[in-house]
Design a protein around this ligand. Structure first.
Ligand code: FE2
Length: 316
């Protein structure tokens, strides 16, 4: 039966450095902690729930990372696929080994109402939901995994995009659901960050989680204040941006100051996408902040421009 999930409702991380991982997540804004559930720490921020668990010693896992995303929880509106929250019987193993877990709205509401989440901290919500997760896969897994996302969850394949720097490249194949996406990344050269990730993980796994925000500047400020490091964006990126998109110099300096990448639909200038990335937070895994102003896509042009700017700066 085809299940049509409406959103990514939770993500579970498994870690052998529990205190360290919880510290990073809390600094990122997941400071609202509920009673443990099935031995897992439960953290929440607005509409996003994270489960954090320690690895089971007896369980063989295909991923060799100290911290990794062990489950992606999808929420569906209809009650046909009801099952227990985080019961292993409800897990769907994808062809690349990444586990998905489907729950329905009613069941999730029941679970949430029993959890006694405390009031979220005074800082107020600045992350709204999970926009997408990106999985790094071996090239041979790409087609099978894409077909599985289409057949299992009715997701739609968007055109793949090869992101090319001068010396490195990878292929990004997005699959779109109603209000979330799964992005499949695979390497097209031996020196790409995807190759390095897969060498470290020894298996397909989540590379980054993108959190949607309604105000990226505020979100960055909040997270940076807590000491979470973001990537540095070379000024060459903003030089190129000014040449390509007709922006006011003040707008460029605001973006530059905050370290935000910017993309805009040239035919519909009010369709914009703003994004930035943390540095690697857990081994090779990082987070993204994304603010969509009616703009779809994943900032593929941004990433390519960033790649080129980093390469040009390194050569200097
Ligand atoms: Fe992303």
């Amino acid at each position: 039966m085809l299940i049509r999930p409406s959103s990514i409702r939770f993500v579970e991380l498994t870690t052998s450095s529990l205190a360290l991982t919880l510290g990073v997540l809390k600094r990122f804004g997941f400071a609202c902690e509920a009673r443990p559930y099935k031995g897992r720490t439960v953290l929440r921020h607005e509409g996003i729930t994270l489960f954090v668990t320690s690895p089971k010693p007896e369980k063989f896992d295909h991923v060799r990372l100290e911290t990794y995303v062990s489950r992606i929880g999808l929420l569906c509106q209809e009650g046909k696929s009801a099952g227990e929250v985080l019961s292993e019987n409800q897990d769907l193993a994808s062809p690349c080994g990444v586990l998905f877990h489907v729950i329905d709205q009613k069941q999730w509401h029941e679970w949430e109402s029993q959890r006694e989440f405390p009031e979220c901290p005074r800082q107020g919500p600045f992350l709204s939901h999970i926009d997408h997760v990106a999985l790094n896969l071996f090239p041979t897994q790409l087609e099978l995994m894409g077909r599985w996302l289409e057949a299992s969850f009715g997701m739609t394949a968007l055109p793949p995009h090869e992101i090319k720097g001068h010396s490195t490249s990878f292929l990004c194949s997005p699959y779109e659901g109603p209000s979330f996406s799964i992005v499949l990344n695979t390497s097209t050269c031996a020196t790409s960050q995807i190759t390095a990730f897969l060498e470290a993980s020894q298996g397909a796994s989540v590379q980054h989680i993108a959190f949607a925000t309604r105000d990226i500047f505020r979100a960055i400020e909040k997270v940076r204040q807590k000491g979470v490091p973001f990537i540095e964006i070379p000024s060459l990126y903003y030089d190129a941006l000014e040449r390509e998109i007709p922006l006011h110099p003040n707008q460029v300096s605001v973006l530059k100051h905050a370290g935000v990448l910017y993309d805009q639909d040239l035919n519909t200038p009010d369709h914009q996408l703003l994004q930035t990335f943390t540095r690697d937070l857990f081994g090779p895994i990082f987070f993204e902040l994304i603010e969509r102003r009616a703009r779809r896509g994943f900032g593929e042009g941004n990433i390519e421009a960033l790649f080129k700017a980093v390469e040009a700066q390194t050569k200097r």
